[in-house]
Design a protein. Structure first.
Length: 183
């Protein structure tokens, strides 16, 4: 499967999107307690459907089962309609990057953090390329000292939410580069 063409997506992507929505919509404090029924009905992240989907994506991630691309595109479209879409995509991109990084072996994470920089940087760039291709369908390019990520227009989150969806990929790249000590 080339990064430019998707048929399925790693479940971490829709999982991070829904968890960002759930976190944003979570009722906080006693001040909203008396209005809870009205808020619960109007907040996507507090619905039983979202909780069920989160469980389903967690199970798919545990089993290594991909999710259909059109499902992720539809989810991105739904989130893009929200007034807080940019923040949600940014939070989800960061969360996906952290989860992807956590899936690296301890040896790889340790080599990036503890080997001399001259040895660690090529290892870190290789890992960044692999993670970006697998979880984001993106390609990491090096232009001199700078690293750039090319995200195909057909990538699920950007296809579903053109402008705000870019925040997802930008946040993911920033977080991965930080975690892999490439910044």
């Amino acid at each position: 499967m080339s990064p430019a063409h998707f048929m399925s997506v790693d479940p971490l992507v829709p999982l991070s999107l829904l968890e960002a929505v759930r976190e944003a919509d979570r009722l906080d404090g006693d001040g909203e307690a008396e209005y809870a029924p009205e808020f619960v009905n109007k907040r996507l992240g507090t619905t039983d459907t979202v909780y069920a989907q989160i469980r389903r994506y967690n199970e798919a991630a545990r089993r290594g089962q991909p999710v259909q691309e059109d499902e992720v595109v539809a989810l991105a479209r739904l989130i893009a309609r929200r007034p807080d879409a940019i923040e949600l995509f940014r939070n989800a991109g960061t969360a996906t990057a952290r989860a992807a990084y956590a899936r690296l072996s301890a040896v790889k994470r340790g080599s990036v953090n503890f080997l001399p920089r001259i040895v660690a940087r090529p290892i870190a760039r290789r890992q960044a390329r692999k993670l970006l291709a697998r979880y984001f369908g993106a390609v990491l390019n090096r232009s001199g000292p700078a690293l750039q990520m090319d995200v195909p227009a057909r990538a699920p989150v950007s296809a579903g939410a053109t402008e705000p969806g870019r925040e997802y990929y930008d946040a993911a790249l920033r977080e991965l580069l930080t975690l892999l000590t490439l910044t």
